[in-house]
Design a protein around this ligand. Structure first.
Ligand SMILES: Cc1cc2nc3c(=O)[nH]c(=O)nc-3n(C[C@H](O)[C@H](O)[C@H](O)COP(=O)(O)O)c2cc1C
Length: 403
């Protein structure tokens, strides 16, 4: 339903003042959607897809443009290194709206066949700690639905070969879409073959409109995916994706690991396999599984749930710094509870190439993004760096010295 004038004005103000989202808009959304966080999220995605809301983003896009000294060059493109994390827009419904907001979007995870996922309710919030729990079980509208949304975005905002790079005078910016994909075996039988076949289909079908692929074998609620988590399968999957998409950025989504040698080695061996197969790096970290008893929701209907948000910080920081140390030249996209600019800055300093977010925006709205960017720019200035790339070079150099 189109927003009325008062709603439009409040929403527009929240982009400049995040507490308006947290304290005024969010409670109303929860009231209207019977306290179901997933229904709230769907409501928001529907609303941001409306022409009048897209207009608000278009009109205010300057607010979200990072200053030049925050932009980086990655795989031949200029990139503002702040984007959405996978799951926030699983089916590409908000690609156009978010293209005026984020430097890039990691959209999906897209699977070949439409899936309902688990029964609802399957998402819960912890409002005090600002964490989310989910047991969605990979719901998706499937490849052809997503492909139509991607094609629509390209029709409106231009295709790679017809678009110039960012042009500050016109604010024309070619929107970067990184597609999270997963070949999804439904049973143990032939699981690896099916996963490979579906991954190939996804890459061939989406190669034209996407700027990067992120392979996601780490959905925590999907048991058959565990079969894919060996260094050899990581290598073969990277090789397969490279075969059909040789020039594009290729990352793998990684789950969190504990601070012990066994889990660290398992994590680094998987990353090593992926890089050996031609992948460029990782997105770290995915949600962390928690047992039902620890989930602060009445009648949670699943034995466990994946937790995201603030509490992921130590897992994210560990994965970033240890990946950087082991693989100084890897591309590292960091996600997991990045709520403020100081945290973002420290994550870059530990070796991150770019940052993604999902849970923080569900609590504070999109007005969080310009705040984070401004603070990172301030910290760079204060610490005497000309730009973000200088800080990143230093992080890589430091890793080279200790590697
Ligand atoms: C409800 C929900 C759904 C998610 N779905 C996906 C998904 O489809 N694919 C994926 O790679 N990650 C998915 N994630 C994980 C996020 O991409 C991210 O790794 C994690 O939430 C930590 O970041 P955050 O604290 O900024 O949310 C999902 C997270 C949530 C909360």
């Amino acid at each position: 339903m189109p927003l009325d004038l008062a709603q439009r004005t409040t929403f527009e103000k929240s982009l400049y003042t995040p507490w308006i989202f947290n304290e005024m808009i969010r409670p109303v959304l929860y009231l209207q959607n019977h306290n179901d966080p997933e229904a709230v999220h769907e409501d928001v995605l529907n609303t941001v897809g409306e022409e009048d809301v897209i207009d608000i983003f278009r009109k205010n896009q300057r607010l979200f443009q990072a200053p030049e000294n925050l932009r980086i060059t990655l795989n031949g493109r200029r990139l503002t290194p702040f984007g959405t994390a996978a799951g926030m827009d699983k089916n590409g419904d908000a690609l156009l709206a978010f293209s005026y907001v984020f430097g890039f979007q990691e959209t999906g995870t897209v699977v070949v066949n439409p899936r309902e996922g688990n029964k609802r309710p399957r998402v819960a919030t912890d409002n005090k700690k600002e964490d989310l729990y989910n047991a969605q079980g990979f719901p998706s509208r499937g490849l052809s639905y997503f492909k139509t949304n991607l094609a629509n975005l390209r029709d409106v905002r231009g295709k790679p070969d017809s678009c110039d790079e960012f042009n500050p005078s016109t604010l024309q910016k070619y929107p970067l879409v990184y597609v999270s994909i997963c070949g999804l075996p439904m049973s143990e039988e032939n699981a690896i073959d099916i996963a490979m076949k579906e991954t190939e289909t996804l890459v061939r079908e989406l190669e034209l409109g996407s700027d990067a692929f992120v392979w996601n074998p780490f959905s925590p609620n999907t048991a058959t995916l565990t079969k894919l988590r060996t260094p050899q399968i990581f290598k073969e999957t990277a090789e397969l994706i490279k075969k059909y998409s040789p020039a594009k950025l290729l990352l793998v989504k990684m789950g969190p690991y504990e601070d012990n040698d066994t889990e660290r080695k398992q994590y680094l061996d998987l990353v090593s396999g992926f890089l050996e197969g031609g992948g460029h790096g990782v997105v770290a970290v995915n949600t962390k599984m928690f047992p039902k008893e620890q989930i602060p929701a009445k009648d949670w209907g699943y034995p466990s749930g994946g937790r995201s948000g603030r509490f992921l910080k130590p897992y994210r920081m560990r994965a970033v710094s240890e990946t950087r140390k082991a693989f100084p030249n890897a591309v590292i996209f960091a996600t997991g509870g990045i709520y403020d600019g100081n945290d973002a800055y420290e994550t870059f300093k530990s070796g991150a190439t770019a940052l993604e977010g999902y849970t923080p925006y569900t609590f504070h709205g999109l007005g969080l993004l310009p705040r984070i960017q401004r603070r990172v720019a301030e910290r760079l200035r204060k610490d005497g760096y000309k730009n973000l790339e200088e800080l990143q070079l230093e992080a890589r150099h430091g890793a080279n010295l200790v590697a």
